[in-house]
Design a protein around this ligand. Structure first.
Ligand SMILES: [Zn+2]
Length: 116
């Protein structure tokens, strides 16, 4: 799904249609290799040695057919920031898409179709 960088929406605070900046809310941080909070890093520091495995230090089992995720898409999470009063509005309803992209250097005139 492609979205324009800016669009005109109704702002409850300004009580009129103003230009809003489209922001894609990030999904937070994920564990990656050798970053803080990674199991690999903890292991290098010497943790996870000795007896016992508290469900943490073993290898991960192979992904079986019934363990695979059924959904390959996620719902969008878009914020609209009013450029007049700097208030951020959340989208009303998310739609399922695999990827959300912002269109570069394009402005939409008038009221676009509500796809939030
Ligand atoms: Zn506003």
């Amino acid at each position: 799904m492609k979205l324009p960088k800016e669009m005109k929406r109704y702002c409850k605070y300004c009580k009129k249609h103003t230009t809003h900046k489209v922001i894609i809310a990030s999904s937070g941080h994920k564990r990656s290799s050798l970053k803080k909070g990674s199991i690999e890093r903890a292991r290098l520091r010497g943790r996870g040695r000795g007896y016992g495995n508290v469900g943490k230090w073993g290898s991960k089992p192979a992904i079986t057919k019934w363990k695979r995720k059924t959904k390959s898409t996620k719902k969008t999470n878009i914020q609209y920031k009013c450029l007049t009063c700097n208030k951020v509005w959340l989208q009303k309803k998310g739609t399922r898409t695999s990827r959300v992209m912002l269109r570069e250097g394009e402005k939409v005139k008038g009221q676009p179709k509500e796809h939030s």
